[in-house]
Ligand binder design. Structure first.
Ligand code: SF4
Length: 333
């Protein structure tokens, strides 16, 4: 239940706004000038807001599509990301969003057409027809709030039949009905992120259990959709070898390897400023107690630990999948 919904004046009359508000007849609606008045206000408490976040319906005015950070990709020459939402329904202890924003309210940008216009421009300027991947799910979960946003319903048909173009929807959600309602196409990758069950239970608050995510992947695979597996962040802990081995076995024993487009993995890392903010939020949190070191502007595990966990998981994945489908992120490069 969302108790308060803020609506930017500029989108008050938008048909998507009206449709969303109809779903919340008992919520308090407050019209505001710009979403930043509420979202960027200083001295907000991310943790307290997270217990009952408000929804802010807004219009995005610029920076619709941005290049992905260096080193992130799943095989294309060019990589971009876009975020129709800021913040997430779930509450993962390691989530970098809590270090990025002052507020845990959900911002939904409903001018979807502005995003697709920007994507069209990028595709038009792709003169030598290089393969491009667009990623959704960096600043939110792509599927978790589909019943409110209608994101999948709008964006999947847009990406279908675009030559040399892939779309990745990154998620932990099992809200897959809208995807199953549509015809699968190979350039759409539904990418599930996982940590092992033991870690997920302690740290991925509100997210569907690992088993349910695997079941959702299996349904998507059976319906003909391409899948991604994202072991990112890889979390170092005493029995990480057994736990990651079990997770990988559980996934590949249930889902045909043919359904996988790619696997990507990377050790837990944060931009330095975000790390400081998040570790201050949870001073006793074990996750952040490993001796993190600074690498360029990032904080991550010492090289010896980072290499150990990445190499272990990579080697084990090769039992099931070709090496050229595995992409790892190295903060030390
Ligand atoms: S699912 Fe992803 S975006 Fe959502 S809280 Fe967890 S890490 Fe953050």
């Amino acid at each position: 239940m969302i108790e308060t919904i803020y609506v930017e004046e500029s989108v008050e009359e938008h048909s998507r706004t009206k449709k969303i508000l109809k779903k919340f007849p008992n919520s308090t609606i407050i019209v505001c000038d710009r979403y930043k008045e509420i979202f960027n206000r200083k001295k907000q408490n991310f943790r307290i807001q997270k217990t009952s976040p408000s929804l802010i319906i807004a219009k995005k005015n610029n920076n619709f599509v941005l290049p992905t950070p260096k080193g992130l990709g799943i095989g294309s020459n060019k990589n971009y990301y876009f975020s129709h939402m800021l913040n997430c329904l779930y509450d993962c202890r390691y989530c970098f969003l809590q270090g990025m924003y002052e507020s845990s309210n959900f911002v939904l940008f409903i001018n979807f057409e502005s995003f697709t216009n920007s994507i069209e421009k990028i595709l038009k300027n792709n003169l030598i027809d290089e393969k491009i991947t667009f990623f959704s799910g960096y600043d939110c979960d792509s599927l978790a709030m589909e019943s409110i946003t209608g994101f999948v319903k709008f964006f999947l048909p847009f990406f279908e039949n675009k030559p040399n173009t892939e779309i990745e929807l990154r998620t932990k959600s099992v809200a897959i009905n809208e995807i199953l309602n549509q015809k699968p196409f190979n350039s759409c990758i539904i990418a599930y992120s996982f940590t092992p069950d033991e870690i997920a239970k302690k740290n991925e608050h509100g997210a569907p259990p690992v088993k349910s995510r695997i079941n959702a992947m299996q349904k998507l695979s059976n319906a003909g959709w391409k899948l991604g597996l994202r072991l990112d962040p890889l979390i170092y802990h005493s029995n990480y070898k057994d736990n990651y081995k079990k997770l990988i076995d559980d996934i590949f024993l249930k889902i045909s390897v043919k359904s996988f487009h790619s696997i990507s993995l990377g050790a837990m890392r944060f931009p330095k400023k975000m790390f400081n903010k998040i570790s201050n939020l949870y001073p006793d949190e074990k996750l952040f107690s490993k001796d993190f070191v600074q690498i360029n502007k990032m904080k991550s595990y010492p090289k010896i630990i980072e290499s150990e966990i990445v190499n272990y998981c990579k080697e084990y994945l090769k039992k099931y999948i070709d090496e050229d489908q595995i992409f790892s992120f190295d903060p030390y490069l």
